[in-house]
Design a protein around this ligand. Structure first.
Ligand SMILES: Cc1cc2nc3c(=O)[nH]c(=O)nc-3n(C[C@H](O)[C@H](O)[C@H](O)COP(=O)(O)OP(=O)(O)OC[C@H]3O[C@@H](n4cnc5c(N)ncnc54)[C@H](O)[C@@H]3O)c2cc1C
Length: 383
């Protein structure tokens, strides 16, 4: 395997790096699940990205992307994460809604929805999980019942990230209650301003408003809300997830957190006892980086990563927790001060990330689910 980036990939890294250096301010920096996301700031930043064509770099050019490959996309993502650039809801729109619309949408749906994503006019959120359906998503209970050409939607979706400022939701609903559970589900696109839609804000472990719960009370879904084939929604959702390459997890934010911590330790009287641990974390960041390049290399070679993506997600999300834990300990009593405290060190990032890295091992499939995938599909162990 050749670990070197091509001159073009290096030029991209330098360009993204230089641009972020020129536009990012400390106030704009965001930690995953920790931001009290300011919709106006997110919109302003994403509009600037849109002007450069950088909302969806890996999408084909004819739908507003740059046609970049998986390695370039990873390089781009690493820089954005290292700088803690505002993300908001780019992931759901660029990573899931857009590719699924490209793959299964009608021409009219593509024309209607894709430009709104790459211009950053429309913010999308994901309506998959329900109070009783997370890991076992196919057990979902939200229903869409035919009414002429339309459907009537009833039920609830929860843990909806960025739900408080999203405009549209892509969601899964049960359209055939008699069919086996995976076979009676359809994929819909919902305008969240539709009558009968309501939202309840939830606050996370760090008291941040990052996600919420949506309720649907006889919401009318017009004919063109259905994406792809009726009752094939489950398979459409999983195909898009498997082929997904816009959201290759990267170790950029882990590297940045460790760099911040190392900078502090070099200039402070922190105990030398932490040396071993910090050196160990540096090795783990390098491992996570290699795992992310393995996933990107597979995608670049036209393969579909499966347990490889699970290994990366599992390792990286648990590494984030180990770094936050170490940061908190190295900073001692100061480490516990939350943002806003005048005595807080390193902008109180470890007090915050100690809390907000907890959901990293839940969102997007829990660690147990990733281990199940690695065990069965990777190691060939029986179910
Ligand atoms: C910060 C955050 C943001 C999120 N954003 C979104 C979003 O935008 N849209 C959306 O649709 N969802 C979102 N989710 C929901 C997320 O996808 C679910 O929380 C996740 O899939 C787990 O489901 P659950 O919470 O229902 O837990 P459960 O599935 O009930 O799991 C409970 C526990 O049981 C374990 N478990 C379950 N099944 C197995 C098994 N087969 N083998 C071993 N252990 C098992 C789990 O690992 C976990 O420890 C978000 C979650 C978080 C934390």
């Amino acid at each position: 395997m050749d670990f070197h980036l091509t001159p073009g990939q290096l030029a991209l890294r330098n360009e993204v790096h230089g641009w972020l250096q020129s536009v990012m301010t400390p106030e704009m920096e965001g930690f995953p699940y920790a931001e009290e996301e300011d919709p106006a700031m997110l919109r302003a930043f994403n509009r600037r990205l849109a002007e450069k064509g950088w909302i969806a770099p890996s999408w084909p050019e004819e739908v507003g992307g740059m046609g970049l490959g998986a390695i370039e996309q990873l390089v781009f993502g690493e820089e954005m994460a290292y700088f803690r650039a505002p993300n908001g809801a780019r992931g759901p729109a660029v990573g899931y809604a857009g590719p699924t619309i490209m793959m299964y949408g009608t021409d009219a749906q593509r024309r209607r929805h894709l430009p709104g994503i790459t211009n950053w006019d429309v913010v999308w959120c994901q309506g998959f999980s329900e109070p009783g359906s997370g890991s076992d998503l196919a057990s979902l209970q939200t229903t869409a019942v035919r009414d002429g050409d339309d459907w009537i939607l009833n039920g609830t979706k929860t843990w909806t990230s960025s739900g408080h400022y999203a405009d549209w939701m892509y969601l899964l609903a049960r359209t055939d209650p008699e069919a086996p559970k995976h076979k009676g589900i359809s994929y819909f696109l919902l305008d969240l301003k539709s009558p009968g839609v309501s939202f309840h804000q939830l606050r996370n472990i760090a008291d941040r408003a990052g996600f919420g719960q949506y309720f649907f009370d006889n919401v009318r879904l017009p004919q063109d809300s259905l994406l792809g084939e009726e009752n094939r929604g489950w398979y459409q959702a999983t195909t898009t997830l498997d082929l997904e390459r816009s959201n290759i997890a990267n170790a950029g934010s882990a590297r940045r957190a460790l760099d911040d911590l190392l900078g502090f330790v070099r200039e402070s009287d922190a105990s030398p006892a932490y040396r071993q641990r910090l050196a160990g974390l540096a090795v783990e960041v390098a491992v996570a980086t290699m795992l992310s390049y393995r996933v990107a290399s597979m995608l670049a070679a036209g393969q579909v990563p499966n347990q490889e993506a699970s290994t990366l997600k599992l390792f990286l999300s648990e590494l984030d927790q180990r770094i936050a834990n170490t940061g908190l300990q190295v900073l001692g009593a100061y480490g516990q001060l939350m943002p806003g405290s005048p005595l807080a060190k390193l902008r109180a990032q470890f007090a915050l990330t100690y809390l907000t890295t907890v959901p990293r091992t839940i969102a997007g499939g829990t660690s147990e689910i990733q281990r199940n995938i690695i065990a069965t599909r990777g190691l060939g162990l029986p179910r």
